[in-house]
Ligand binder design. Structure first.
Ligand code: IDP
Ligand code: MG
Length: 150
């Protein structure tokens, strides 16, 4: 067992549907501690860093447009970001999320239940770090050390 931290971002589809609290509650109920939380306004530069591993993919620009809320009629580029901590937090959260494409996500997962199933893989409700290395990089991008509980 490994004590891990993972970055959670509520995507604009979840924010627009007022499901942030519900999704967070489901993740917290996995036995994880909320050790950082913020509402923040994002920029393209932030998303380019966040999705550095998608560089060169043909869909990267659409993903960034979506993440900035441009498809969801949000009044700004807001995102709700959290750090969750616990035993095997990264794999536990990823299991709770389900497959990247909500159409392929099991119906008991967050993406299976709350993702957009209109054949739109982008609108999959929530981001969570995929690996220990990604988690460290992403948490450092979204939070200052002093914003995270010791
Ligand atoms: P993940 O979020 O399950 O880790 P990644 O492969 O890291 O999936 O992709 C990051 C995000 O980019 C996905 O959550 C999804 O919103 C979007 N995405 C992934 N693949 C595609 C695609 O083929 N077309 C459009 N968007 C995609
Ligand atoms: Mg990923």
């Amino acid at each position: 067992m490994h004590m891990e931290q993972t970055l959670i971002l509520m995507k604009p589809d979840t924010i627009e549907k007022h499901l942030t609290g519900l999704v967070l509650s489901r993740l917290e109920a996995l036995g994880l501690e909320i050790v950082a939380a913020k509402a923040t306004v994002t920029t393209r530069a932030l998303w380019e860093e966040h999705y550095a591993n998608l560089k060169g993919k043909p869909f990267l620009n659409s993903v960034i447009d979506f993440m900035m809320g441009n498809f969801n009629h949000l009044p700004d580029h807001r995102i709700y970001a959290f750090v969750l901590r616990g035993e095997n937090a990264i794999s536990k959260v990823r299991a709770a999320l389900g497959a990247t494409n909500p159409e392929q996500a099991d119906p008991w997962t967050l993406r299976g239940q709350f993702g957009c199933i209109k054949n739109d893989v982008m609108q999959n409700a929530v981001h969570a770090s995929g690996t220990v290395e990604d988690a460290a990089r992403e948490i450092a991008l979204w939070f200052k050390p002093e914003e995270i509980l010791p």
